[in-house]
Design a protein around this ligand. Sequence first.
Ligand code: NAD
Ligand code: DAU
Length: 335
Amino acid sequence: MRLLVCGGAGFIGSDFVRRMLAKHADWEIVCFDKLTYAGNLDNLLPVAEDPRYSFVHGDICDRAAVESAAGGVDAIVNFAAETHVDRSIAEPEAFLHTDILGTHTLLEVVRAHGISRMVQVSTDEVYGSIDSGSFTETDTIKPSSPYSASKAGGDLQVLAYHITYGTPVVITRGSNTYGPYQYPEKLIPLFVTNALEGEKVPLYGDGMNVRDWLHADDHADGIEFALLNGEPGQVYNVGGGNERTNREITSIILDELGLGEDTIKWVADRPGHDRRYSLDCSKMAAAGWTPKVDFENGLRETIRWYRDNPEWWKKIKHGTGEFAEWRKRWYEERS
Ligand code: NAD
Ligand code: DAU
C-alpha cells in the first residue's frame, strides 16, 4: 500500500503516519502538508529516517502539486484542514479554502487518476449540538461554526462526487481527540501547558459543555479501519464513548498536576458554542471496530506527556510569536 496522507504533519495526521508505519511493514507513506501554523515536522521526527516515509511541502488547493505527489499512490487519506473553531470565528476565510476547495481538489485528482480509495477525515461537529440521544450517520447535518460549516461543505462534495462519478470515497466523522503532539490552542494541551507554566486556565461560559473524547491512537485506528473496510459512499461515526463536561476535564488536569480550582479563570463564552456532541457508533461496531484506550488512563498519560516534553510545546508557545499573538487577540477580549 502506498498512501498519500494530506495534513500528516498535524496532530492526528502525524499520529496516523507514525502508527501506520509501525503497524504495516509493507506500507509506504507520502506526507503532503502546507505546514500552516498547526503543521509541525517535529511531530514526524520519529519516522523522519524511515525509508518508507517521505515528505512533500504543498497545499491541497494546488492541483498540480497534489497530482505530482499522488503519482503511484493507492489511496489518499485527507487530514488537511483548518481545525480550530475559535480561529474560524475570528477569521473564517482560510477554512473555506482548505476545508471545502482543498477537499474538492483532492476529489478531482482521485477522479482524474483513478486512485482506488480516498478517506475524508471529518468531524462530529458537522451534526451540530444535541441535547439528548446521539447522532447517527443518516441524521441531517446542522453545523454551527464557520469551521464546522466548512467541514460540512467538504463532506457534501465528497458525497456528491460518489453519487455523480462513483468516486470511491468514505467519510469518517471523529469526535474530540486528545493525545500527545496536539497544538496547544485546543482545550486539553492549552490547559495543561498553561497550568504547567503557572498560568490560569480559561474556561468558557459555565464549563458544562459536553464533548466525547477519543484518543488519537484510537482515532488513527478507526480511520485505518475505514480505509481498509469502509464501503464507498458511506459515512462512519468514530467516537470514543467518553462524554465529559469541560469542567470534568479541567478537574482531572488540575488533579494530575496537583493544582486547585483557583487555577480556573471563568471567561466569556465562545459565540455559537455547541452544548453537547454525541455520536452513535453502532455502524463501526457492527463492522468490527471499537476504540480501545481507557479514558482516564489515556488522559492522565497525555497530561504527563506534556509535562515531560516541554521542549515540544514551548517552541510553539514562545517561538515565532504566532501563538502569543493569537492568545492576546482571542483571550484578552474574553477576560
Ligand atoms: P491540526 O490542525 O493539528 O493539523 C492540520 C494539518 O493540516 C496541519 O499539519 C496543517 O499544516 C495541514 N494543512 C492545513 N491546511 C492545509 C492545506 N491547505 N494543504 C495542506 N495541508 C494543510 O488538525 P488535527 O486536529 O490533527 O485534525 C486533523 C483532521 O481531523 C482535520 O480534518 C479535522 O477536521 C479532523 N478532526 C479533528 C478532531 C480533533 O479533535 N482534533 C476531531 C475530529 C476530526
Ligand atoms: O468535535 C470534534 C472537534 O473537536 C474537531 O472537529 C475540531 O477540529 C477540534 O478542534 C475540536 O473542536 P472543539 O471546539 O470541541 O475543541 P476545543 O479544544 O477548541 O474546545 C473543546 C471545548 O473546550 C469546547 O466546549 C470549548 C472549550 N474551551 C476551549 C478552549 C480553547 C474552553 O472552555 N476554553 C478554551 O480556552
